[in-house]
Design a protein around this ligand. Structure first.
Ligand code: GLA
Length: 375
């Protein structure tokens, strides 16, 4: 791909950008980075993949050491990653993640103990395709949660215990977990994890909960959990958001609402999409919704200056909000480090060129990075 002028500027790094951006902030970046700039505010985290934890990307490891204080495994602790189809265990990726965090003295988050996705149907159904009995699922959950939380006890100070239990209709999601055990699957997950590692900070984690409908449904759900004595400590706002929304005001309402429940607030999976959304297309277009079309990939050859400015401004506004509420927020984690490795290049449409993170495809800090650093 022929680089555009913009990409060249970004790719050529610190010196080329010096005339456009805050020089003192850039000098500081070279020495310290985000994690030190934010050390009296909250942790700065990143989701990391196996190429990083295996040591295949030494330049990214250097970025992590300079800029990040917390890590989350992008995939390696999910059910399908740690379990074999026969119900055995495969620990290589998860162990490597924990070792990476230990080696680099990073706060590490376990992700995730109960989630409807990236888990085979065979966990929930027998050979005839019928749901297994509640007691059988409870037993499987017990084995799963006590084993994995126990293995890393004392090494993972926090867990995204339950992921995405509220559906897009703001009712409890009709997942296999829920269909078999009802809301009890959430209680069980938190109780089991807490019993094994009473010091672990246990969170409920979801997307779109910075918007009114899911925010309210989440508040109601957490109140029910608390009434039943479920040991929940934190609320994860994933924040897979777009350059145009949701508004800062909406996000702020969620920070306050979750804090008012007595929970610590975490931004767990932040990324900012600049590509056209296909989620809101009319239902009639459902079959073509996720097809690749050139007009859905407008920055294939580089991000326009206008969009790059909007993205930087969006990051600046977001971090200003986070700083305003630093007394309520423990951590802001980005879902990845550099744009070449973001899931948004392939979701919800395969093969697009996405720009949601703070480092570009050449692993250089973007304008948005410097904006965030300078706050
Ligand atoms: C959810 C999950 C993450 C990740 C993202 C997208 O938000 O919590 O583990 O799978 O989707 O990749």
């Amino acid at each position: 791909m022929k680089p555009t002028r913009r990409q060249f500027l970004i790719g050529s790094g610190v010196a080329a950008l010096a005339t456009q951006i805050n020089l003192p902030a850039m000098a500081a970046a070279a020495k310290t980075g985000l994690k030190d700039a934010y050390k009296d505010r909250f942790l700065i985290g990143a989701a990391i993949n196996t190429s990083i934890t295996k040591g295949d990307l030494p330049d990214i490891t250097e970025i992590i050491k300079r800029d990040f204080s917390s890590v989350t495994p992008e995939n390696t602790m999910k059910w399908e990653s740690v379990r074999t189809p026969e119900g055995g265990w495969k620990w290589e990726g998860a162990d490597q993640f924990v070792k990476f965090a230990e080696t680099h003295k990073l706060h590490a988050v376990g992700h995730t103990l109960a989630w409807h996705s990236q888990i085979p149907d065979s966990v929930f159904k027998n050979e005839k395709g019928e749901y297994i009995k509640p007691a059988e699922l409870s037993k499987k959950m017990e084995e799963h949660i006590t084993t994995i939380v126990g293995r890393y006890k004392g090494k993972l100070p926090a867990w995204d215990a339950v992921n995405e239990a509220v559906g897009d209709d703001n009712q409890m999601r009709k997942s296999h977990y829920f269909n078999i055990l009802g809301e009890e699957f959430i209680d069980k997950t938190f109780h089991l994890a807490h019993e094994v590692d009473p010091n672990a900070h246990l969170m409920y984690n979801d997307y779109n909960n910075e918007q009114e409908g899911k925010r309210n449904a989440t508040v109601d759900m957490v109140k029910r959990l608390q009434k039943r004595g479920v040991p929940i400590n934190g609320l994860g706002i994933q924040a897979h958001i777009a350059v145009g929304g949701p508004s800062i005001e909406e996000i702020e309402k969620s920070i306050v609402a979750f804090h008012n429940l007595g929970l610590r607030v975490h931004f767990t999976e932040l990324d900012v999409d600049v590509l056209p959304s296909v989620w809101n297309l009319p239902v009639a277009e459902i079959s073509t919704r996720f097809e690749y079309k050139p007009e859905r990939d407008p920055f294939k050859d580089g991000l326009s200056k206008e969009m790059n400015d909007q993205l930087s401004k969006r990051y600046e506004d977001l971090f200003k909000l986070f700083i305003k509420h630093k007394d309520k927020i423990d951590r802001v984690t980005l879902w990845g480090i550099s744009d070449d490795a973001t899931w948004l290049n392939d979701f919800p449409i395969r093969g697009r060129t996405s720009y949601p993170l703070l480092f570009d495809r050449k692993h250089q800090p973007k304008d948005a990075y410097y904006k965030v650093l300078a706050l």
